[in-house]
Design a protein around this ligand. Structure first.
Ligand code: WT7
Length: 641
């Protein structure tokens, strides 16, 4: 019998929404018509939030800066908590958390409300005022959400740093944001081991003069030094704090948070998100795209260190009064069925994860999901990189049992919320396509001259509420990065194709950003980490396709005069990158070369390096200063394979 996935792919099958699902779906087909006036559509969605003061003007658009809901006042934690505890959701589960070792905690909306109030009151007591930045470096524990919400309650913008980042990466983000408080933990559990968060934090803090207070959560119980006058245990910190902390009325355009992401230079950018538009965007998209109903249990598997965790673990679900699942560890601990055990145990009905995870599950085999009861699932989502049709169909068939719509959602740290996506119950899906812009979103594909095209660059022609409001401390880079390719049009950095039905097919980044397992890594950042090693003279890093990760990093390295290369040196360089940035940036290959292919003007020809790393025939080499370099590199690469 033929493999059912291959048959579906060969038939180029489209997937219509199941009738029973469509009948009860939050999104109904008329939603696209309702959004023909986008501003009015977003205003209607904003009214679903609680405002202390209504806005005067829905949109003020002075490219490249948009202001949404001008003059309006609201508070994010109030919208995520206070308005729910005032009604029947008071005892509903807000967070269902599972630690990697198997410990679980459920916090009702009331529990979460209390915890957030106390932590907010303690921060305020510590002198943290509206506008003061707080860096959060925590594992995936409820306290991560508590700290974030507490910051929003007092109007202190948070800067969450992924727990997998190195001390150097943490230091850079604390320094750039000029945070006065750091919230961290002794450690976190990951794949059976312990991540030394406090140790990393101490190392980072050696050069962070702005940080006056470090709040340390006890998670693992490992021994950590506490610096007198600076470090305080979480429990001590909140002990005397008031049970209620009045939410700060925030202007719709007040800074809500910073989140650092890689761009095409070596320095991460602090993406600026503000309050009213962002909350409107995440709340509406969560409800429509994940078809949220009162009884759902929603699990977004992203870490809160990424924007997906901000928008779809914390703010989107909680603003909607939903139950959000949080898991601390990896999918293979203690065994490769951990995700499916969690789905079964907590009755997860909506699962939102990444293509790289789905491809990993495919490789592990069907026996792991098969041994668990996944019948509670009714909707599946994907995000982070293009999902290959094979993985889409596998997800739909094996995890969704052929019953659950799959939503492939495109967005970015900069966009704040999902912008291109199917609507479950409405959209006919084509595996591999993120389908259509969300209602009220004006996405297009343009050619080099700014003309609409079948293939080219993905752009956004009109502002949307959750869009970034700039790059922290670097307005020039904001303009250069996003607004200089086309006039008054946002450039995403992605390539895309449009098919005959107007469906969008994402083709990946067109800049020097590599999407490794759905995480953004800049080639320049890795290159500067490599040349930071004392034995390295020069390096060029490129992305090559990888079966599981989507893309993997290959680093071409020239060592200094007289240095002998070896496998050990290769490993040492990989470790150096991990130390400088974090494990997510570890190159898969290090290729030593006496020289790099350069044009006569000295520019490294990355296209040729990509050809070499992917084993393709070499493109045009006539512009090279020394064509022999490429041939010798190619031979070397093949030898190493
Ligand atoms: C880049 C943004 C915000 C989601 C997490 C990643 C790629 C994201 C898709 C998708 C194809 C996708 C794009 C985008 N991407 N989702 N469904 N299909 N590509 O956030 O780190 O800001 O990365 O991820 O290349 O530009 P991020």
């Amino acid at each position: 019998m033929a493999n059912p996935i291959e048959v579906l792919l060969k038939e180029k099958r489209t997937f219509k929404p199941p009738k029973a699902f469509a009948a009860h779906a939050v999104a109904q087909p008329r939603i696209y018509k309702d959004a023909t006036n986008p501003v009015r559509f977003w205003e209607k969605e904003a009214r679903a939030l609680d405002w202390f003061k209504p806005w005067r003007k829905a949109l003020e658009w002075k490219p490249p800066y948009a202001k949404w809901f001008v003059g309006g006042k609201l508070n994010v934690s109030y919208n995520c908590l206070d308005r729910h505890v005032a009604g029947p959701r008071r005892t509903k589960a807000a967070l269902i958390w599972e630690g990697e070792p198997g410990d679980t905690r459920t916090l009702t909306y009331w529990d979460l409300y209390r915890e957030v109030n106390r932590f907010a009151a303690a921060l305020r007591q510590q002198g943290v005022r509206k506008g003061a930045r707080v860096t959060i470096y925590l594992p995936m524990v409820p306290e991560a959400a508590i700290a974030m919400l507490a910051c929003t309650r007092i109007g202190a913008p948070h800067n969450v740093v992924f727990g997998g980042f190195s001390p150097d990466a943490l230091r850079e983000r604390i320094r750039d944001s000029e945070s006065t408080v750091l919230v961290t933990a002794d450690g976190g559990y990951r794949r059976g081991g312990v991540v030394p968060l406090k140790k990393n934090a101490d190392e980072a803090l050696l050069e962070c003069p702005t940080v006056k207070t470090v709040v340390v959560l006890k998670r693992t119980g490992q021994d950590v030094p506490m610096q007198r006058g600076r470090d305080v245990w979480w429990d001590e910190f909140v002990k005397e704090a008031a049970a209620y902390c009045k939410p700060e009325p925030m202007d719709a355009e007040d800074l809500l948070y910073l989140l650092y992401t890689s761009g095409s230079t070596g320095k991460p950018k602090g993406i600026i998100h503000t309050t009213g538009g962002y909350l409107t965007g995440v709340t509406a998209t969560t409800r429509y795209i994940f078809d949220l109903h009162e009884g759902d249990t929603f699990w977004c598997t992203a870490d809160v260190g990424w924007v997906t965790g901000h928008s779809y673990v914390v703010y989107g679900p909680l603003a909607n009064g939903a139950t959000s699942v949080m898991y601390e560890g990896t999918p293979d601990w203690p065994d490769k069925d951990r995700f499916w055990r969690i789905v079964e145990k907590h009755g997860v009905s909506i699962l939102y994860t990444a293509p790289t995870a789905i491809r990993t599950f495919m490789r592990w085999g069907e026996k792991y999901p098969e041994q668990c009861d996944l019948s509670s699932l009714r909707l599946l989502g994907s995000v982070g990189e293009p999902i290959n049709p094979e993985a889409w169909v596998w997800y739909w068939r094996v995890i969704g049992g052929g019953r659950c719509p799959v939503v492939d959602t495109w967005w970015q740290t900069e966009t704040g919320h999902i912008l291109i996506t199917p609507l479950p119950g409405v959209t006919v899906c084509k595996p591999g396509s993120a389908t259509k812009p969300f209602p009220g979103v004006d996405a297009a594909v343009l050619d080099d001259h700014g003309k609409p095209a079948k293939a080219g660059y993905l752009v956004l022609r009109q502002p949307w509420p959750g869009m970034l409001r700039g790059i922290w401390g670097d307005p020039e880079r904001y303009v250069k990065q996003y607004w200089s390719r086309y006039k008054d049009i946002y450039f995403t950095g992605d390539g895309a194709k449009l098919d005959e039905d107007g469906y969008f097919w994402l083709l990946g980044r067109v800049d020097d950003v590599i999407n490794v397992s759905g995480h953004r890594v800049s080639t320049m950042e890795v290159e500067s980490a490599l040349v930071d090693h004392p034995l390295v003279a020069e390096s060029a890093v490129i992305g090559r396709s990888h079966e599981i990760k989507g893309q993997a990093l290959a680093a071409f390295v020239t060592v200094k005069e007289g240095v002998a290369t070896s496998l050990e040196l290769g490993d040492e360089l990989k470790a150096h990158v991990v130390k400088k940035i974090g494990a997510l940036a570890r190159p898969d290959d290090i290729i030593f070369s006496a020289d790099l292919p350069k044009t006569r003007s000295g520019k490294i020809m990355r296209r040729l390096l990509r050809d070499i790393a992917e084993g393709r025939a070499l493109g045009d080499t006539t512009t090279l200063a020394d064509p022999a370099v490429v041939a010798s590199l190619k031979a070397k690469y093949e030898e190493q394979e």
